[in-house]
Design a protein around this ligand. Structure first.
Ligand SMILES: *Cc1c(COP(=O)(O)O)cnc(C)c1O
Length: 446
């Protein structure tokens, strides 16, 4: 029988042959450990990781991900009567500390700690606030939107009618006049702004006012911006009229990969909390919850200065790339007010080829759709997205962004052999092995 795979069949076939030639199950396990080590040696020690949705955790947060508490079952809401299992008093303590730390970090009345990803945070919203057939408006992918709010993601599985928020293709801004016109006609129950490509604050107040007349609610999917929001370096959507903020814990927030959801209105507590359990999560990885709690405490102590440096580094990286002949979006606006920098690399072969070429030199980035790309460019878009979270947590500053831009230029403009650039990237990166802005290593370096 023909075996159909969506995963790359050649890579799966390679895994089968590795397992077939391994010395029994113990050898198979060893192959897994070997691959993990290879990644740690390469991505962990020798690469300049510029993936925007990726953040290094502090040593303590990473250690907690292997803690004993993560082997315990604790489904349900916090508290003796709420849980099905006995023996959870310390788990209740850890989880309640996490909830209260998240409320402090986001300056809000309610938060939940159990989401295994921000995808589930958005599904929580779609489960709690809308019914199948109801209308929502969200940002489409070419303008930076994310599948979680689109027909191919959680919003789609809820059977919602999904309309596009109109954008100005030249400026990448929401076209507010057109939005007002279309929203009035569509009367969406929810407007959800979730931007994976995010350079500047969004017109939250304006959009909230436009949909208020028919009771439309605004939700800010801050997957990428959560850390910037907690650190006070971005707009604060819950203070600008958004009723819910969802976020990824492992992007700018720099905690364990998972999700968070925050809100202020007590009327939302029951629908949201009961969508989380018993609908979307049962056991929810208490080790991860403990790690998230510590990451929130790190944000309270260091978020402000850490996130400010991330933004400064983005601006510096954008400028340094542009000065070296690599076109960067939004030059006229200072390139970025977030952790992201977006280059137009069409002239160098497009985002896919450029990202893979840079990876040969240990510079890790990703392809990205940018304005002007059409749906046909989906697999081979013109853009390249870079993020400054990890390089910032390694302690790098604006001047170091020039060094990084120079490495990129040597590959793209000078056409230098990637092997020789890789050597210099490794020489730059290998001495940098400590992450700062946390209770392990502090900031500035001692
Ligand atoms: C990354 C992203 C998500 C998904 O977050 P996970 O934590 O990876 O599940 C949702 N929405 C947006 C806008 C994103 O960029």
């Amino acid at each position: 029988m023909n075996q159909f795979e969506i995963h790359d069949p050649a890579i799966l076939a390679n895994a089968r042959s590795i397992l077939d030639s391994a010395a029994g199950p113990a050898g198979m396990a060893q192959e897994v450990l070997n691959a993990v080590s290879r990644n740690e040696e390469w991505r962990g020690k020798r690469c300049i990781n510029l993936l925007a949705p990726e953040a290094p955790t502090s040593p303590t947060v990473r250690r907690l991900l292997a803690a004993e508490i993560g082997t315990r079952a604790a489904e349900g809401h916090i508290g003796r009567v709420n849980r099905w299992f006995a023996g959870t008093q310390y788990i209740d303590e850890v989880e309640s500390l996490c909830v209260e730390l998240l409320k402090k970090a986001f300056r809000c009345n309610y938060a939940d700690h159990r989401l295994m990803g921000s995808m589930l945070g958005n599904l929580t919203v779609y489960h709690a606030l809308v019914k199948p057939g109801e209308r929502i408006m969200t940002a489409s992918q070419p303008f930076g939107g994310h599948s979680s709010n689109r027909p191919d993601g959680p919003a789609g599985t809820r059977g919602l009618e999904i309309y596009d928020i109109p954008y100005d293709p030249a400026t990448l801004e929401v076209n507010l006049d057109q939005f007002a016109e279309e929203a009035l006609r569509i009367r969406p129950k929810l407007v959800v702004m979730g931007m994976s490509m995010t350079l500047f604050p969004l017109p939250v107040r304006e959009m909230v006012d436009i949909i208020a007349p028919w009771g439309g609610k605004f939700v800010f999917d801050g997957a990428h911006q959560a850390g910037l929001i907690a650190g006070g370096q971005f707009q604060d959507p819950l203070r600008e009229g958004a009723v819910i903020l969802t976020g990824s814990a492992g992007k700018t927030f720099s905690g364990p990969q998972s999700g968070m959801i925050m809100w202020n209105d007590p009327d939302l507590t029951e629908p949201l909390t009961e969508a989380i359990f018993p609908v979307l999560v049962a056991t929810h990885q208490v080790n991860r919850v403990a790690a998230l709690a510590v990451a929130a405490a790190e944000m309270l102590e260091y978020g402000n200065v850490y996130m400010a440096q991330i933004v400064k580094n983005s601006k510096a990286l954008g400028k340094a790339l542009e000065q070296r002949g690599i076109p960067v979006l939004a030059a006229e606006r200072g390139y970025s007010e977030t952790h992201q920098v977006i280059a137009n690399v069409r002239q160098f072969g497009g985002g896919l080829d450029v990202a893979h070429k840079l990876a040969e030199a240990n510079l890790i980035t990703n392809k990205n759709l940018i304005p002007g790309d059409t749906p046909a460019d989906w697999d081979r878009p013109s853009g390249l997205r870079m993020g400054t979270i990890e390089v910032t947590r390694l302690g790098l500053m604006e001047a170091d962004m020039e060094t990084i831009a120079e490495f990129i230029k040597r590959v793209l403009i000078d056409g230098e052999d990637t092997q020789s650039v890789q050597k210099d990237v490794e020489a730059f990166r290998l001495p940098l092995q400590d992450f700062y802005y946390n209770f392990d290593n502090g900031w500035p370096p001692k």
